[in-house]
Each structure stands twice: as C-alpha cells, then as structure tokens.
Design a protein around this ligand. Structure first.
Ligand code: SF4
Length: 287
C-alpha cells in the first residue's frame, strides 16, 4: 500500500465553510428557496449538492426575476458596493456571507480611495474577488496580474492584494511599485489560510514521489497550489475528485511503495479528499 500523506493544512478554509454553513442554516430557518449570487464555492460537487437542498446559484442577469424579500446570499468572494446597492434597491433579503478577510480589504480600499489614494490591487482582474474589491473604489484600481507596473502611478498609492495571491508575485509587485512611486501604503492581504496551505503543500511536495492536488479546475487557489507543487515535485497531478485518478494511475503503474502527498484547495470538502485517499489505498493499488 502506498504511504499517503495529507498536507498539514488542506481543504475547506474558514471563509468558505462559513458561507456554506450560512446558506444551509438560512435555508433551514426560512424553509424556502435560497439564491446565491454565483456558485457559493468553486466546486461542482458541492454546488449540485446545494441545489438538492434548494440553494440555487444565479447570475446578476437573473436578479430581475427575483421577487421582493427573496433571499440572496453573497458568497465568500464578496461583491462591489454597486451590487449591494442594487440588491437593496430591489428589496431582496441579503445574507452577506463575504469572508471577513475580504470585507476587510473592501474597507481599506474604500477608506484610502476616499482619502485620495490611487488603489492598486495585485491579483487577477477577472477573478470575482478582485472585481468585487475594485467596486469599492469606483472601479478605478490599477490591477497588477504579473506583478509588474506598466502604467504611471499617482502620487499617493494604496496597495492591497487578492487573498489567494502568491507571496512571490506580491513581493515582485511591491518592488516594482517602489521603483515608480515615492509615497505608498501597502497591506499584505494574502489570507493566512492561503499562505498556510501553500507553505504546507510546498513542504510536502518536496518530500514525496507523487503529489496530488484535489480541487475544482476553476478554483484559483487550487490552481495556485498545483503550480507551487509542480515546482517542487515533477509528478504533480490536479484532479477534481477520485473519479479522475484513473487518468493518471492504472494497473501498470505500481504505486505500492511510493510516498504520495495530497493537498486540496480551500473549496474542496473533506469527503472529496477522503474518497481520493480511500481510492488510492484500495482500488488504484489493487489495479
Ligand atoms: S481563502 Fe481566506 S480570504 Fe478566502 S474565503 Fe478562505 S478564509 Fe476567506
């Protein structure tokens, strides 16, 4: 049987767990259909499980179909100020499950924007969390994806980053800003849950023969874990659940004496991780 080692920190983070629990509790309490603005988490299995419990993901375009007092849950990524205002205008029952760490970034951005600072966000401009953050400075932020400043910065700059950003990118961006700008204030808003997962994944990937990263292909923090592990362990595989193990492991590959590391993104539930471990211990190694 292979030696399977789970990273010290892996799987559901505090913010995601909190958002899922709030939606479930809310549905129980109100005993009616609950809507979430976008999938509550980046995990197809969990989203379809929630559907079964009358918790449905909708898009901004679907908002017009909702009635007064319909319940709408804001997911852990958070949303822009304009979105909150729109939901209020429509008299919806808003359950704000934005992660408190993301909310903290909104507060920083709003305050410094009002104080006349140019906001810089280090992160992916297409990620909902970054879109939401930008919405607290009237969508005026400069967004640095690869950590290099390409535009002229204002005299006073306030820098924040996406909670799942990699430390290396963050440092590169700060160095680049320092070359361009004399007065800037920096908030390292990388979430400790992300950092801890990245650190323990890197540590483990450096010690094993094979590394498996479990999580949805659309989850940015899972994709980042994959990149980090791949740097340390050439044989790193990204799977969404145990069903995908067969793509990489089949009976001709003997993994019985191997050390296999496992990590998982912040939106991967424990049962999905456990199924992968059981399959590796059982089916896969038995061929
Ligand atoms: S990764 Fe961190 S910031 Fe993002 S939802 Fe989880 S706890 Fe919150």
């Amino acid at each position: 049987m292979p030696n399977i080692i789970l990273a010290k920190k892996a799987g559901f983070c505090f913010g995601v767990k909190r958002a899922v629990d709030e939606a479930l509790n809310c549905q129980k309490e109100k005993s009616k259909k609950i809507y979430t603005l976008g999938p509550l988490i980046h995990n197809k299995d969990v989203v379809s499980e929630l559907e079964g419990k009358d918790i449905h993901s909708i898009t901004m375009e679907d908002i017009n179909m909702l009635q007064k007092d319909d319940v709408i849950v804001i997911r852990s990524h958070g949303v822009s100020k304009a979105t909150i205002d729109l939901l209020k205008e429509r008299h919806l029952d808003i359950v704000d499950a934005s992660c408190p760490y993301v909310k903290h970034i909104h507060n920083i951005v709003q305050k410094y924007y009002e104080d006349g600072y140019q906001i810089v966000i280090i992160g992916d401009e297409n990620h909902p969390e970054v879109i939401g953050i930008n919405g607290w400075c009237n969508n005026s932020a400069i967004i640095l994806n690869q950590g290099e400043v390409k535009t002229k910065l204002a005299r006073k700059v306030c820098v924040v980053c996406q909670t799942t950003e990699r430390q290396e990118n963050f440092k590169r961006a700060i160095n680049s800003i320092a070359e361009e700008c004399k007065e800037f204030v920096v908030f390292n808003t990388i979430c400790s849950a992300t950092e801890e997962r990245q650190k323990s994944a890197a540590e483990l990937a450096g010690q094993v023969d094979i590394m498996i990263v479990v999580g949805d292909k659309t989850s940015s923090n899972t994709n980042k874990l994959y990149e980090i592990c791949k740097n340390k362990c050439h044989k790193t595989f990204h799977i969404e659940n145990h069903l995908e193990l067969n793509k990489f492991f089949h009976k001709d590959i003997d993994i019985s004496n191997m050390n296999i590391g496992i990590t998982a993104g912040a939106s991967t539930p424990d049962n999905v991780i456990n199924e992968v471990i059981s399959k590796l211990k059982g089916d896969v190694c038995n061929g």
